[in-house]
Design a protein around this ligand. Structure first.
Ligand code: TXA
Ligand code: MG
Length: 333
């Protein structure tokens, strides 16, 4: 493959001919990166094993990390799971389309390469007009991991996708920056109580408002069942050090120490005021805006050649929980 083209598409009114050409690529077993409300996804026909293989290859993704199947009509669940449990219906009613992925028992017809040979499949109904138009037109489920190289921060713009996957995929649909900026919340409803395997765009409190208490992975010691949680995700090239919110002294200590070691230091802050503005990105203290911008900030720091990256954490509430989960992973904790 040569260059991968970025094709602009109007999010409020996706051009049917552009959607049609993306669907043609998918039907031919190709790969299309497309916008969702969380992050950009790398789409392929979920029921075409050869196409799904290409997804793993393009991303350099370990084969034991399963993929999310994206749907655009509830009927599409019929080819993925045998019986939609009542709890899934309630969650779908409340939150779909939206940033919630449900882990359900999978039908044998779902390819093992998608589920990493687990008995379960992850399903998501994204809330983005371009994604919905494409999946509807395609007519069945589309696998879509985040469209980054495995281990890199998730892409929130078409340019991020191109930076990682140029020449390895067929097409990139560009509808502008992702609205939410962190991935969907992954909720396993095959266990009781259901467990959040990955914090994300839909906050825990909202889920609990509909189905009652949900557990955390630590409670369940369920790591074996959620292969993705094992990998060091979301990592920029720099070594990331997470600093508690407001702790200016630690910032200054760390900067001094790293500079003494001859390292190029960068920082991402929201409340702390540092003297130098060099290699510094200031994000909003509003957790929603912080979430939207911070993957992009990680990538920008890499582009500036930062070797040690100091990141100011956020409060663990609401979407802040998703941000902190990702920051801890980026820091390799
Ligand atoms: O917001 C999102 O979910 C984005 C956009 C593109 O939709 N997609 C995304 O996919 O984040 P990915 O592949 O980067 O992350 C999928 C996560 C991984 O942590 C994976 O281990 C988990 O979902 N997962 C997938 N299938 C699973 C299953 N059957 N059981 C448990 N975890 C599963
Ligand atoms: Mg990912």
């Amino acid at each position: 493959m040569m260059q991968t083209d970025i094709i602009p598409v109007d999010s409020s009114n996706p051009d049917p001919s552009i959607i049609g050409s993306a669907v043609a690529v998918l039907r031919g077993g190709g790969l299309v990166a497309f916008p969702t409300e969380t992050v950009y996804g790398l789409g392929a026909d979920a029921f075409n094993v050869e196409a799904v293989k290409k997804v793993f290859l393009a991303k350099g993704r370990p084969a034991d990390n399963p993929l999310i199947i994206h749907i655009a009509l509830l009927e599409m669940l019929g080819s993925i799971t045998e019986r939609v449990p009542p709890i899934a219906s309630r969650l779908a009613e409340a939150f779909w389309p939206g940033p919630l992925t449900l882990v359900l028992y999978a039908l044998p017809g779902v390819p093992g390469i998608v589920t990493a040979n687990l008995q379960t499949a992850a399903v998501r109904f994204p809330n983005h007009p371009v994604a919905l138009a494409m999946i509807k037109e395609f007519g069945r489920g589309i696998v879509a991991p985040s469209a980054n190289l495995s281990g890199r921060p998730s892409p929130t713009t078409a340019k991020h996708v191109k930076d990682d996957l140029n020449g390895k995929i067929d097409m990139i649909l560009d509808a502008g920056p992702s609205l939410i900026g962190v991935e969907s919340t992954v909720l396993d409803i095959t266990v009781d109580p259901p467990v959040i395997l990955r914090e994300g765009g839909l906050v825990r409190e909202q889920i609990e408002g509909v189905i009652g208490r949900v557990a955390t992975t630590e409670e369940h010691e369920i790591l074996r069942r959620s292969p993705g949680t094992r990998y060091r995700h979301y990592a920029p090239k720099a070594r990331v050090i997470l600093i508690p919110s407001g702790n200016k002294e630690e910032f200054l200590d760390r900067i001094k120490k790293s500079e003494t070691q001859g390292k190029i230091v960068g920082s991402i802050v929201h409340s702390v005021a540092l003297q130098t503005k060099k290699r510094q990105i200031r994000l909003s203290g509003d957790p929603t805006l912080y979430a939207k911008e911070f993957f992009s900030a990680l990538r920008a720091m890499d582009e500036q050649g930062v070797e040690v990256l100091l990141v100011e954490g956020v409060a663990e509430e609401g979407i802040g929980a998703a941000v902190m989960e990702r920051l801890r992973k980026a820091a390799g904790d």
